[in-house]
Design a protein around this ligand. Sequence first.
Ligand code: AGP
Length: 588
Amino acid sequence: MCGIVGYIGKEKALPRVLSGLKFLEYRGYDSAGVAYVKNGNVEIVKEVGKIVNLENKINYSEETFMGIGHTRWATHGVPSIINSHPHRVGKFTVVHNGIIENYLKIKEMLINEGVNFISETDTEVIPALLNYNYNKEKDILKTIEVTLKELEGSYAIGIICDDDLDNLYAARCGSPLIIAKDKTGNFIASDVPAILSYTNKYILLEEGEIAKISSSNVEVYNNKLDKVEKEEMIFEGSQDSAMLNGYEHYMLKEIHEEGKVFSETVNYYVDGNSFKNTMPEFKDYKNIHIVACGSAYYVGCIGKSLIEEFANIPVTVEVASEYRYKKNFYDKDTLVIIISQSGETADSLAALRKAKEDGIDTLAIVNVVGSSISREADYTMYVKAGPEIAVATTKAFLAQATLLSLLAVKLSNKLELLNEFVGVEKYIKEILDKDYKKYANVIYTHNDTFFIGRLVDYALCLEGSLKLKETSYINSVAFQAGELKHGTISLVTDGTPVIGICTDESIESKTISNIKEVKARNAFVIYITNNDIEADFYDLKIVLPKLHKLIMPIVTVIPLQLIAYEVAKLRCCDIDKPRNLAKSVTVE
Ligand code: AGP
């Protein structure tokens, strides 16, 4: 969701701000803009659509040494030049990621004070309120402190004030923001990839903190304006890990990293037949709630299946946007697990905070190191997926499934099961090396597809269906195989693609019966199985290796991801940045 990059230093600012914004494209956006200082004045350029449209309006050689840039994912008001950031009122120019929930109240107050607004955005109230408060406070830091206290919602903001063009200001509450330094100056950014071309060292702004940044100095203050010391963090991945590296798309590159991701996740927690101390010691919980959004919710459904089967602990899986508002039945014997690739998803973060407020133990399963969810949970377990750039999650899903499977072993106390995790990388490679174009050729001309499976295979159907929808814009529905005939089978007609998944022998005959029901209605069936039988109930088949139940769901997702990728490619979709979507959903 919206991306922020700012630079102040000895080098020209615009090339650095624009290149940083390009590394944040994966977050999703529909317009972009920059503000920079030229001859003592703040200039603003904005454009709708891709960053290249903005670049066409910009003179890169501009002698400017301070600038802030922004990619906007529209929430309040359509994508338009006026609604794009930066927004400027009086002496203040602002870029913002997040939502100001009380903006209407603030806007009304300021309109009564004679302030004129030109956009439909919530963001415009920030520079307006800063400017209003500055007229009283006269001091920039004090003005920011007072203004932030009046804002409700979530924000990361970059600020330029006309009265101090030697400093860039930044603040954060609820949305991530980092500050990085290279030998030429300082940056602010929403995420690490934006600064990796220049440095891998950065500091994270914490909730409520305000930063004053010059070309040579960074001062960070808490919400009472006391100075705070910040710990420098080092991003461990290489620049390559955040770049395409010869692949046509990040999604494809990230899928092909899955063998390594599996092994790195296992090796981080396991040493031979025992767990390392990176795996927390848990007390005996009587029940578990898994809370997440989107794919992270679906991987939670896999976790439920594995934890219930191997550890005998009942698990409920809940969508975070519901969980945060509903009545939850938990107590001191409940563990709430929040799963999130980004660690910044607003609803997942709110669900975590709610559970913590109620005194419930929380465990975060997160990919992005130092993210809000990782820092606020009682226990944090990182998956070792590395930076994931494509909006559609793939390798992080596989890493989360791997970690949940390890967690099932941990909670079961049956350490001998760890043997099942040995040698899996070679099977992942075999699955990755197959050609999935022939399946995509069947699907890509259709408007509807179905995924059917039972139990853990149903969780995979949910993920396969979501991958297809988000990357290729084909409508797709996932069903528990036995449930389709209770209404939805009426949508199956001649040639409708149905992907049937069965990786569990104990329910194989039942799933096959359901597949036969759609085959009898002339569906085109792609059967995904780990039991290579010749039969006439499918048109095409994908045979997976027969691995242990703890491993099967981890590898079964790979063909689903690659089919979605190939279909999206055939349909010429914007694979890494699907329309309307954002990588990190920091608004509720
Ligand atoms: C998956 O491909 C999606 N882009 C989306 O469903 C995602 O999994 C969801 O928004 C949750 O994000 P998180 O893991 O960063 O919390």
